[in-house]
Design a protein around this ligand. Structure first.
Ligand code: ATP
Ligand code: MG
Length: 473
């Protein structure tokens, strides 16, 4: 017996199925794999056995006399957070499966089932359950711990980061907050430019005033000026009354010009004038208004390049760029990935009412080695999807579905190299192996014998790798 099988051997699994042959066979198989197997011939008996304790996981048939599988799930309710139930259903349709998952089942397999599938699913479920219990125990031990790697704290979302690069960003925000100068925040998409802008506002002397955001890229060319500076009644068709613009509404506060690189030329000219002497007119108006809003802008574009190409006014660029804050990409600060993930997971727990949502060590290695072209936002999205796939428990590598066009391993190595970031060779190699095996499995439609042939390894070796990497079959 392998060490892994030995570890699982203490687990007690209840097989609930009214079909005696299936039940006996499953129980025998589980016994042969080192589990302790219990049996129940209907839903009521299953419930009774579960409630009497000492059951670590359940294989649950849906169609059963007395109480059917869905009823059993309904009765178990919150208990399911700690008890993985794998539903075994004869129906191919999605309705029963969806309903079972909605009621808190861990996973489901359809009949006729592949015994390997059941064993893999079961092992995964038990592993996650053990991890979730550990996480709960750990958390109970250190309730007073402060939030991990938190940089700026204010009356709003915090910027998380403990890397030297982010510490520099926090310092720059603090310095800029003490002045009234325009600030330009640059960085790739999803790096936290907007969050940095709002932190800057909250830490400035204008914190009590409004923080007004304008997305310069989202508005049609004709509308942007009226949005920024307002309009007079009758200024254009549809302008049936006078309207204040965002500069007026940001009086005493901060105006955040997001995607400022997208501003059309005429709006660029008007903005320049506001920055030079604080003056502007509403669209269609003659009265000159004064603005005291502090201007913070952001772009993911290379503005000097836009200037060189004649798309952005050079004088405006210099006015916006008095203080510049550059937010590094996530791959340049891998050490921020764990604290960011931690904060994202805790937010997901609050949102969905979960406890025990965590990352396995393997999943963490994987997210640390990804290039994250979409930076923190992408990390958030991937973790949210993974958490749902993991049903609020431990996230395994297989739950991490990175939908960006998969960067080649070579790109990843080069990106890490350029950034002089740590280059975790083992994680990279494991990643290649994992991908190759997953690809072979997909290509062979999950047929392990053919996939093993294709990979030039034995079926047993393949089986071990599937377990090791928690692959989808
Ligand atoms: N340091 C951080 N700590 C916590 N959350 C962060 C951090 N950086 C970014 N985020 C989160 O990531 C998401 C993207 O951040 P934000 O919208 O500020 O990025 P952005 O640079 O403005 O992106 P884009 O260029 O796509 O507009 C947000 O949900 C934000 O809360
Ligand atoms: Mg943004």
């Amino acid at each position: 017996m392998s060490e892994r099988e030995d570890k699982m051997s203490r687990a007690t699994v209840l097989v609930a199925d009214d079909d005696r042959t299936i039940r006996r066979n499953l129980a025998r198989l589980l016994g042969a794999e080192g589990y302790r197997a219990l049996e129940a011939a209907d839903g009521a008996e299953a419930l009774e056995r579960i409630r009497s304790g000492a059951v670590d996981a359940v294989l649950l048939d849906l169609k059963m006399p007395k109480l059917d599988g869905l009823d059993v799930l309904g009765e178990l309710g919150p208990l399911l957070a700690e008890l993985p139930v794998i539903v075994v259903t004869a129906f191919g349709g999605s309705a029963a499966a969806i309903e079972a998952m909605r009621r808190g089942a861990y996973d489901y397999v359809t009949k006729p089932f592949d015994l390997d599938d059941i064993l893999l699913t079961l092992e995964r479920a038990l592993k996650q359950r053990a991890l979730a219990a550990e996480v709960r125990a750990l958390r109970a031990d250190r309730v007073d711990d402060e939030a991990p790697g938190t940089g700026l704290v204010g009356d709003g979302p915090e910027l998380v980061g403990r890397s030297p690069a982010m510490r520099e960003v926090f310092k720059a925000i603090g310095r800029a907050a003490a002045t009234e100068e325009p600030v330009l925040i640059v960085g790739e998409s999803g790096t936290g430019k907007e969050l940095a802008a709002s932190a800057l506002h909250r830490h400035s002397s204008r914190a009590a005033g409004p923080f007004v955001r304008v997305n310069c890229g989202a508005l049609a060319e004709g509308l942007i000026e009226s949005e920024l500076f307002g309009h007079e009644r009758g200024a254009f068709t549809g302008a049936d009354r006078q309207r204040a613009g965002r500069f007026e509404r940001a009086a005493g506060g901060t105006i955040f010009l997001d995607e400022v690189g997208e501003l059309p030329a005429s709006a660029q000219a008007k903005l320049l004038r506001v920055l030079q002497n604080h003056e502007f007119e509403r669209v269609g108006g003659t009265e000159t208004l004064r603005s005291n809003a502090r201007v913070v802008s952001a772009t993911h574009r290379d503005l000097p390049k836009e200037v060189a190409a004649g798309r952005f006014r050079e004088d405006l660029y210099y006015r916006l760029n008095v203080v510049r804050i550059t937010i590094p990409s996530l791959r340049e600060r891998v050490e921020d990935v764990p604290p960011l993930a931690e904060v994202v997971l805790r937010a997901l727990e609050r949102k969905y009412g979960w406890s025990g949502l965590s990352l396995t060590a393997e999943a963490l290695v994987r997210i640390e080695s990804l290039p994250w072209p979409g930076n923190v936002r992408q990390l958030e999205n991937v973790l949210a999807r993974a958490a749902i796939a993991a049903r609020g428990r431990a996230i395994l590598p297989e739950h991490l579905d990175v939908d960006e066009p998969a960067a080649s391993i070579v790109d990843e190595v080069l990106a890490a190299d350029r950034a002089e970031a740590p280059l975790p060779l083992r994680a990279l190699l494991a990643d290649v192996e994992r991908r190759a095996i997953q690809r072979a499995l997909d290509a062979c439609a999950g047929n392990r014998t053919r996939a093993a042939e294709r990979l030039g390894i034995s079926r047993r070796q393949l089986f071990d790798k599937i377990k090791e990497y928690d692959l989808k079959v």
